[in-house]
Write a protein that binds this ligand. Sequence first.
Ligand code: FAD
Ligand code: DHB
Length: 393
Amino acid sequence: MRTQVGIIGAGPAGLLLSHLLHLVGIDSVILEARDRPYVEGRIRAGVLEQGTVDVLNDTGLGARMNREGLLHHGTTLRFRGRNHHIDFVDLTGKAVMVYGQHEVVKDIIAQRLADGGKIEFEAADVAVHGIESDKPWITWRDKAGKDHRLDCDFIAGCDGFHGICRPAIPASIQKVYERVYPFGWLGILARSKPVQDELIYNNHARGFALFSMRSPEITRLYLQCLPDEDIANWPDERIWEELHLRLKGEDKLNLAEGPIIQKSVTPMRSFVCGPMRHGRLFLAGDAAHIVPPTGAKGMNLAVADVRYLCRALETFYKKNSGDLLGGYSDLCMRRIWKAQRFSWWMTSLLHKFDERNAFENEVQLAELDYVVSSRAAKTSLAENYVGLPFEDQ
Ligand code: FAD
Ligand code: DHB
């Protein structure tokens, strides 16, 4: 087989890249380790920045998102048992869309297949070769056990944090920056009415909790927990009890319970690896960087990366210039580091850190108090949350 861009991974990064390339006349093939139902059912992110919403709308992927997604004009920070509203539209003129990542994934897969795009699901033993030459290739085995080879001009490593592309770059030229947090998030999806029509980022002495949603009937809730928490220790009754405790306050918010339909634990880390290019291999999304989810930035960063990568590849093919490909990593890194800073800051502002003493806990509450009482501080939070502008617009 031959294509122009061989893409590894059918997460938001790989799928959107394939779609964007198709729109500018560049051919690609996606190789994905999992099967289609798995990829379409993987429950993860939920908040789309305005810029991500615009990319989806501008490229014909927005129809179902606009019907079923929930447009949020602001968010709530809650501490000492009281809500504080942050009005994004008032502060920045922008909003965010609450629409599950797996719904975005479903929409792009449907569009790629309708456009004749090639996605090879259940590709095993995917390996990249010749990335330092101008004729790289990818090998893999299909589910019937047959071996394949895909020759391409470029390889896009969109295979997430545990993929094979990042390790294909020699360690001697990679710089890794990492911070591992001493906690994780236990996430659930429940058939119950959201506690209010906006998200609540809730600081509590027992630990952080996030009250989110997917629809007027489905809530998405997270609890700060141990990073290696055994989900078996969290029967449904314990989860609800803990959520009620962390939401307690004088305003008596009423958290409706319902059947829990999904549960998982995610450890939290900040991670950046650069450069994001080696020869003809380009990394995008979680393959190159991970943020703690508190800032809702992970999927949005993946979208920004592939948007830049598509422009760089288009310039290569149409103007015979490798300049944008050469600047790809630096351009992405500027956005990535700002998102890292914001995600790290939101995480430190909202979580319980066992190593902090009483003084540091009071400083955390004072910072929350400051953020919600200063228009300047609220604006800073809001403009990062709704998404900083793309640099190349
Ligand atoms: P992935 O989605 O990880 O996709 C990589 C793909 O590559 C996968 O399909 C995988 O199966 C495939 N793959 C891996 N290895 C191989 C291989 N060897 N061969 C072939 N295929 C391979 N982000 C936000 O923006 N907003 C949020 O609100 C948010 N909340 C989150 C909440 C949770 C609980 C979690 C876990 C994450 C959250 N994120 C959020 C982060 C977001 O989900 C990720 O940043 C996003 O999935 C990155 O997309 P990606 O395409 O780069 O990687
Ligand atoms: C969701 C996830 C996040 O990480 C976040 O910051 C906000 C919402 C969610 O899954 O709904």
